[in-house]
Design a protein around this ligand. Structure first.
Ligand SMILES: *Cc1c(COP(=O)(O)O)cnc(C)c1O
Length: 478
């Protein structure tokens, strides 16, 4: 048990200890991570920290008390609405991040559907592509809405014909991505919008990743399919400031076509002994820092600054994707539009997870995809300096796997491979659940792999293997 310190320690001492805890963290400062951290440059970072700290104590829970925060939030919402080609009617709120910007629309559209159909039962359903961000599954679970998943076409975008057929009287919402997190491809927003409009069903575009990137790309002269409020039928959009908006973490925007939708997101409770309570979003206490920093990021960079960022990131992305496609045995999955992409193997001898293991040994923090198997990358300005190194490490990794295809059936690769293929999702879920109980249990144990590094999947795989072998031996006995 970790005991509560009986006495305090000097600040310097604490700061030193905190630094030492960082030793095994992912190395984002040298462009080694391909997710999780978005940094523009040192100068911007230092500035954003300042603006965040300026509002370290303020609380947006009560907008009457901190009018400055209300103003920042309003201006961020308005600027984002304009960026995404909304008209004067568009309204919205800031949230703590992409997940909250996905949770809230599900709640709002469910409440809206209920208010419209008070006279008869509703078993709410929402329709989404298989590649929709998992935050929407979380929303479906939290708010008791049935999730109906639509298969993809060859190009990893959703099949609109199938989607159309799944609409029924219980459908409260259609969601699609611009772009999708796994493959960075944009669903056919215009076509879905037409269907949604025809059937009079709300349509949310999850642009958490693209909301603060695609518009700048377009202005910088790249071809970008229309994905925002310009498309008929789109009723709401989410966009994360803490991704390509380069604000502080804990900032996203959710926008609705009009107050007719947003009003269903509000929570108002007049009878509480603590006072009449009204809240626009999920949180109670809302940190002021991320709201202030979002405003500061937009005002300091301006359209020009963001366009320049988008151009630079796209140049690095094009270098990387061309480099990867040029490797015999690898190919980019689908046609990614912006700076997020995945790649897989075209050669049976090249196990992509074995390639991932070698990259990890070289210090790259690798994200793996399943169904189909692949490696994932989200390009930021930090990657310009390391793109060549990444490509050369990747070429070598592929050569090594080709020379020794057995690597795919050893180490992490074997386990990830099995997890990606095992048909028993329920089993994986159970084993991961056990792991989480350990991690969040009284001992707070981290799963460790052979190198002593944290590795979530290893334990997960080991548990699943263990269970599988027990299960199959059980079958044999029978
Ligand atoms: C990141 C992301 C989310 C979730 O956002 P968090 O900020 O991680 O909570 C949702 N949808 C998409 C498309 C995303 O990229």
């Amino acid at each position: 048990m970790i005991l509560f310190p009986p006495e305090g320690r000097p600040h310097d001492d604490i700061l030193e200890t905190m630094q030492s805890f960082r030793e095994n963290d992912a190395d984002f400062k040298n462009g080694r991570t391909w997710s999780l951290v978005y940094q523009l440059n040192r100068e911007h970072d230092a500035f954003i920290k300042k603006t965040h700290n300026l509002y370290f104590s303020e609380n947006a829970l009560n907008p009457m008390a901190f009018k400055s925060l209300k103003r920042f939030e309003h201006e961020v919402v308005q600027m984002t609405a304009g960026l995404l080609n909304g008209d004067e009617q568009v309204v919205g709120t800031m949230t703590s991040g992409g997940t909250e910007s996905c949770l809230l629309p599900v709640l709002a559209y469910r409440e809206r559907a209920r208010s419209k159909r008070r006279w008869k039962g509703l078993a709410p359903e929402m329709i989404a592509p298989e590649t929709i961000h998992v935050a929407w599954d979380k929303a479906a679970k939290y708010f008791n809405v049935k999730m109906v998943k639509i298969p993809l076409k060859e190009d990893f975008t959703v099949d609109v014909d199938v989607l159309k057929k799944k609409i029924n009287g219980n459908t409260i919402l259609i969601v699609a991505s611009a772009p999708s997190y796994p493959h960075g491809v944009i669903d056919p927003i215009k076509d879905i919008g037409r269907v949604a409009s025809e059937k009079n069903i709300p349509f949310h575009v999850d642009s958490c990743l693209g909301g603060f990137f695609l518009p700048f790309m377009e202005k910088a002269g790249y071809r970008v399919p229309e994905f925002d409020f310009r498309c008929e039928g789109v009723t709401s959009i989410s966009a994360d400031v803490h991704k390509y908006g380069f604000g502080a973490k804990g900032a996203s925007v959710v926008l609705y076509k009009s107050m007719a939708y947003l009003r269903h997101q509000f929570f108002i409770h007049p009878g509480w002994p603590g006072g009449v309570f009204a809240s626009p979003a999920l949180l109670g206490t809302r940190p002021g820092g991320p709201i202030a920093a979002a405003w500061a990021a937009m005002n300091s960079l301006g359209m020009n600054g963001y366009c320049e960022m988008a151009k630079g990131v796209m140049e690095t992305t094009q270098k990387l994707t061309a480099g990867i496609n040029a490797v015999d045995g690898l190919k980019i999955l689908g046609k990614p539009v912006m700076s997020v992409f995945a790649y897989g193997s075209t050669d049976k001898k090249v196990g992509i997870f074995a390639v991932g293991d070698i990259m990890e040994d070289r210090g790259w923090h690798v994200d793996r995809l399943q169904r189909p198997e692949g490696l994932h990358a989200m390009v930021t300005p930090a990657h310009e300096a390391v793109a060549d190194q990444y490509l050369s490490d990747l070429r070598e990794a592929v050569e090594r796997v080709k020379a020794d295809p057995g690597l795919s059936s050893r180490g992490n690769a074997a386990l990830y491979g099995m997890i990606a293929q095992v048909p028993f999702r329920g089993l994986i879920k159970k084993e991961v659940g056990k792991m989480m109980e350990k991690m969040y249990g009284p001992k707070g144990e981290m799963p460790m792999d052979h190198q002593g590094k944290e590795s979530f999947a290893v334990r997960m795989g080991a548990c699943a293997l263990n269970f599988l072998s027990k299960w199959t031996s059980g079958l044999r006995r029978r």
